[in-house]
Structures are given as C-alpha cells and as structure tokens.
Write a protein that binds this ligand. Sequence first.
Ligand code: 0YR
Ligand code: MG
Length: 370
Amino acid sequence: MKIKSVRPFILHVPVTGSQIADSTHSISHWGVVGAQIESDDGLTGYGFTGTHAHLPSDQLITRCIETCHAPLLIGEDAGDINRLWQKLARNSALQWVGRAGVVTLSHAAIDLALWDLKAKAAGQPLWKLLGGQVRDKVRAYNTDIGWLSITDDKLVEGAQRAVEQGFTGLKIKVGSTVERDLRRLASVRKAIGPDVTLAIDGNGKWDLPTCQRFCRVAQEFDVFWFEEPLWHDDVKSHAQLARATPIPVALGEQLYTVDAFSEFIAQQAIAWVQPDVTRLAGLTEVLRVCETAHAFHLPVAPHAGDMSQVHVHLSYAHSACEVLEFIPWIKDCFTEPAEVVDGYFRRPELPGASTTPTPAAWAQFRQATG
Ligand code: 0YR
Ligand code: MG
C-alpha cells in the first residue's frame, strides 16, 4: 500500500455557546488541522491536530505538512508507520527548526492519518490493531461544564445537569483569583456530592506561592487532580508543589516528547500523565509515554486535543489509561463521533481511527490552507 498523496486541510468548528475561556485562552472555534493521506489502493486516512482556530498559525502547520512532510512520504509504504515516524522525526533539517510545536503538530496529523489508514486497510477499529481491548468501558469526565467564562450560578447548574446525564467525573477551570476559584470549587462539590470525581485545571497560569495557598484550602474538597498548576516547562516548581500538597498534580497537554514526560516523572513532579496524540508526534510517540507511565505505575488521562476521536481507541486498548476527557465541540464532524453514553465512551466499531470527517462538516467548516 503505497502513499499516493498527502493533502492538508483546516476546519474551524464553533465551540459550545459562542465563546469559552480558561485562565489563558478565550476561543470561539476549535481548529481541526490535518492531513488526508491517499494510498494507491484507494483508501484515505485522516489525521489532525487541535488548535485555537487561528488561521495564520494553522496555516504554518498545513504548510509544514504540504512542503516539508509530504515530500518525505510520497511513494513510501503507508504501513511502515515506525520507519516513517523516524524518517520525519529524525530528519536533520526539520529537527533543526523544531522538536516541538508546529513541526510536531504537523507530524501528529501525519502519524494519525497513517494509523487511520492502517486500521481501515485491516478492516478494524484502531483499538483492535493496538492489541485489543483491555477494559470493558472507558470512563469520561466532562470539561465543557467548567469554563471560567461560565457564571457561578450556571456553573453549578451545568455540573448538576452533567451528573444527571450520567457523568461520574467533572473538571472545572481555575486560575482566575484564588478567592473566586475556591468559591466555585466549594459550590460545585456541594452540589454534586461526594461520589463524583472533581478535577481542576489551571492552564499554567499561577506561580508556586499562589498554587500552594489555593491547595491548602482546596484539599478539603476532594480534588481528583490539579492540572497544569504552573508554567508548562517548570519541572522544579511542579515537584515542589507535588511535595507540598496531597492533591495529585496532572499535566502533559503542552509537552511534545516522551523525553519531557520522562523528566517530570523522574523528578516526581507528576501523578496523572496527560499526553495528547495531537500534540506529541502522534500515537506512535504517545504509546511510548503510556508505556513509560505504566512502568512507573502512574495513571494516564489523555488530554483530548482531538476531542477524544483517537484517544477513545487508545483508552480502550492501553492499560494505563484510566479516564478520558470529553468536550463535545467537534464530534459531530466525524462519521463515527466520540459519544458518551451514561458517563462512558461508546466503543468505536467502524474501521479506522474515527478521524474521517463527514461530507457536511467538510463543506461547512473548511478554511483555506494558504
Ligand atoms: C481551550 N483541557 C484543556 C482548551 C483545554 C483548553 O483553550 O484548549 O482549555 O484543552 O486545558 O484540559
Ligand atoms: Mg487542560
């Protein structure tokens, strides 16, 4: 099965309501920026990364796919995923300009398209190709109820509604002021009772003293994890915070390599490991992170930059994956959406990685690739 063409694409899909905010971003659309890889036997694989739908930076990614990655792939055997990963990631010119960021996001799209293609060629959902299912069901937690842009009243209402729908896990954003965030945390915990896991996510906004002050009070509310409490690359401060609070530290959505995860693990700075197949160089690199986490008996909760389309396959197949993030923004753009029923992700059944867009989404949300 030879690679015949590699074509980039960009979709901009509206978020819930018209705008959402966490401590560092405010966005109206989610970007689905990726590659369509066609093989000589007539199959098409789709892979993508997730962005804040900022067209100029999305076009950096599509340009990297089109002009740097595609020429390395044409004519190659599409099934040689491991070798092609090395060819892209250890290409000296590309490595020189980026071992993180645009080059990695572009590589993620390519790697996922190749996995999608391989699973389609095998006539199997991806989780089967990854060794088959290790658990009966994948627990979802809902992030979409907890944006900082949601008022205190609506936050509590939304949390209650999600629990009524069957969610057993929620996550709310923090990183505004300690006082406001503690008030919101307390009111959500009170509303949902003790049986629902409740995580918090700071998106890297606060410094160490602020996190410590927050955690001293927050620990009363049975916080499942504190995600991205501090600046993304600051291993030392995460290690200090992890020693200072009983609340487990979670991170990974802004790490790009297995090496970065290894450093946090080695410094005992991380309790929940959150790799994202759309931000590291695809599933191939994320499997290394999951194996590393597994070796240290650390649970994995993938960050869902793909809004869980691929991650649900990974989570059915990998024993380290305990729970998976759910945000509903883009699911209806795909022929097999990542659906949650009674709080658990439905197991995908169609051949592939659940990355194939519907013709309707393709027509409605497509943007110029530059
Ligand atoms: C919106 N999930 C996250 C979104 C979300 C971010 O900026 O990208 O909040 O990906 O932190 O855990
Ligand atoms: Mg997060």
